[in-house]
Every structure is written in C-alpha cells, then in structure tokens.
Design a protein around this ligand. Sequence first.
Ligand code: NAD
Ligand code: GLY
Length: 379
Amino acid sequence: MNAADMEDSRQVLRVELGARGYDIHIGAGLIAAADDLLADCLGTGTVFIVTDDIVASHYLAPLQDALGRLGRHAHPLILPAGEATKSFTQWQELCESMLAIGAERGSTIIALGGGVIGDLAGFAAATLLRGVDFVQIPTTLLAQVDSSVGGKTAINTGHGKNLVGAFYQPKRVLIDTAALDSLPPRELSAGYAETVKYGLIGDAGFFEWLERHGQDLLAGDPAARRHAIAVSCAAKAATVRADEREKGQRALLNFGHTFAHAFEAEAGYDGGVLHGEAVAAGMLMALELSRSAGLCDGQDVARVRAHFAAVGLPDGPRALGGGGWSAEALYRHMLKDKKVAAGRITFVLATAIGEAMLSDAISREAVIEVLAAALDSAP
Ligand code: NAD
Ligand code: GLY
C-alpha cells in the first residue's frame, strides 16, 4: 500500500462523552504518524510511553521518532510482557518511576501495547497525581477492538482479575492496523473472539460477515481487519456512550466473561490460557446456558460452534485444557464476579444471534449442569 492509499483508508470514530469524549483513529501506519495524530493532545508536561518488552522491540523506536519530530522526548517505561504485569507491584513501580523522572499534572502517559499494558497504564494515569492524561495505542487485536476503548482500567488481585481499577477515559486512541502483522497467530485468534462478541450480542449482520470473512481477517487481509475493527469500535463507542459506568447495557459486553474469568482463574494466569481464548469458550457456555433456559435455539448454538471450529477458536473448557476441572470449583470462581449481587450472578444470555439480555434468574444447578456437560463431553 502506498502512502496515499494508507491515508485514504484511515477512519476516525468519536466516543461521544461530552467533555470526556475522544477520537479513535483507525488505519495502517498510525504509530509512525503519531506526530500528526497526537500533536494537539500531549499537553506541556513530561510524556511517558508505557510498553512491554516484546512490543517495545517492534514499535517503541518508530513512536519515539514520531514524537521526536514534535520536539518531544518521550520517556520509555518497559515492563515484562504478560498478564502477571497487571499487578499492584508493577503499578507501584510504574508510578514511582514516573514520579522520579518528573511526572506532573500536565504529563501524558501513552500506553503502547495490548490490553495488559492499556489496563495498567490507564490505571496508573487515573491514579498518578489524581489523574494525568493518557493515550491508547493498542497493538493486539483484542486491545484494538475492545480494551483500548471505553476507559476501563484495572489491575489484578489475589482475589481475581480486574478487581482494583477505575473508569478513566483516554484522550485519544490510535489503532495502527499494521501492528497486527507482528502479532502471533494465537494472540490474533484470541482477539478475534472479542470481535465475534459484538456480532453475537448486538449485530447478527456482523456475525454473518464474520462467517464469510473471518478467515480473511485472520489471514491478514488489511481491508477485512479494518472493517472488523471499525465495526467493533463503533459498537463499543455506542455502548459506552449509553452506559459509561456499566449500570446496565454495557454489561452485555461481558458476554461469556463470567465463565471466562472462572476458566482463567482455574488455569492460572501464566499464559496457558489467553483471555480471548477463555472468552471464546465462555461465550459457547453462555449460549448453552441460554439454550438450556429456553431462551435461544439449538441451531444458533450449532451455528456459532461451527464458526468457532472454522476459525480454530476453543468451544468450551475442555478445548482450553480444562478436562480435569470441576464444575463446582468453576462455579465458586464465578461467585467472585463483579456482577454478583447478594450472592446471585447476573449472566449475559443470548435470545438469538445478535440479541443479548441480562438475567439474575439462573439457578446454580443450571450452570453446574451446563459446565458438567461441557467437561464430560468427548474431546
Ligand atoms: P497482552 O497485552 O498480554 O498481549 C498479548 C501478547 O502479545 C503479549 O505478549 C504482548 O507482548 C504481545 N504483543 C502485543 N502486541 C504485539 C504486536 N503487535 N506484535 C507482537 N506481539 C505483540 O494481551 P491482550 O490480549 O492484548 O489483553 C488482555 C488483557 O486485556 C487482559 O488483562 C484483559 O483483562 C484485558 N481486557 C481489558 C478490557 C478493558 O475493557 N479494559 C477488555 C478486554 C480485555
Ligand atoms: N470489555 C468490557 C467493557 O469494556 O465494558
């Protein structure tokens, strides 16, 4: 693609949140164009780039060069790659490092990386000096379609994932679709699961498009990637606009996540099971639960199962290596979910492909039955 084509294929979406609203720029080559795209939102203070060691080896230099063209020196803070980085310890060290370098209220933190870096850097931005500006430059598909938009920031605790955090919106999001070229296929697939989610919860037409073009996207087709990222970000932006702090509709974005968080907790956070893989397996469990509650058709479940098989996504806990897990133990993890109130779990369920709803009327027995069937089923 030449430079003119790259510019033509750029898109800008707006997250409408009044004074906290911001633009999402989508296109190939945006990291190297950060001088143009961030010039007006870097403030006057120190600029920090928070990233991980893998992402730094690919994209830190081009980003620093771009900011250098604005006459800005950006201080890199390079953390170990992996979920374990979303910790109290790393948050503390990050804040201490930025204070030592000279953080001030006018500072900006740029999160360059996947959801781990975005969530941690965002939480540091929300808390450092009671809040400094931050920019998201997501480099995984998962972060590009989901975590970089909407302002959820968090770290993990001994009691579970994302249990300490803040809603804190970025000032801008730069989605460089070409960054996906270096992403390992397994990470791409994991991000694809969060992309499918938008089709399943609210857009049957998009699910149908993914059935036809999902494999092109995973094979690296630039137009397919850009389309899927733009549709996903538009869906997320609309949801966040309607319900920024998850009082209702935004909870639908957690489709499959109550199961997923239990799978991740049972597997441990050592990279054996990726978040997106757990979400894929969790969405199938949520569909099975919906079917067993008489809400959706078995044909819809079969159709999603067929798509997951076609693109190589896990279809349940056994596919995550969880054949030996106990349904009871998984249920105990689910009771620690943020959506539990008075001991009742609120599930996101599907009434059809493209239609989702919340329900706190699902019995423990129904959940155990669906999990037990999935754990017992033949590999
Ligand atoms: P990640 O940040 O761990 O990135 C996955 C791996 O890919 C890492 O090893 C990273 O170094 C590497 N990587 C990143 N970009 C790369 C690139 N372009 N080329 C090569 N390697 C690259 O994982 P993730 O899947 O992006 O994010 C998962 C996290 O996101 C979880 O902690 C989850 O809880 C969180 N999350 C948050 C939200 C939210 O709304 N805030 C939503 C969904 C998920
Ligand atoms: N990923 C779920 C949300 O942002 O609400």
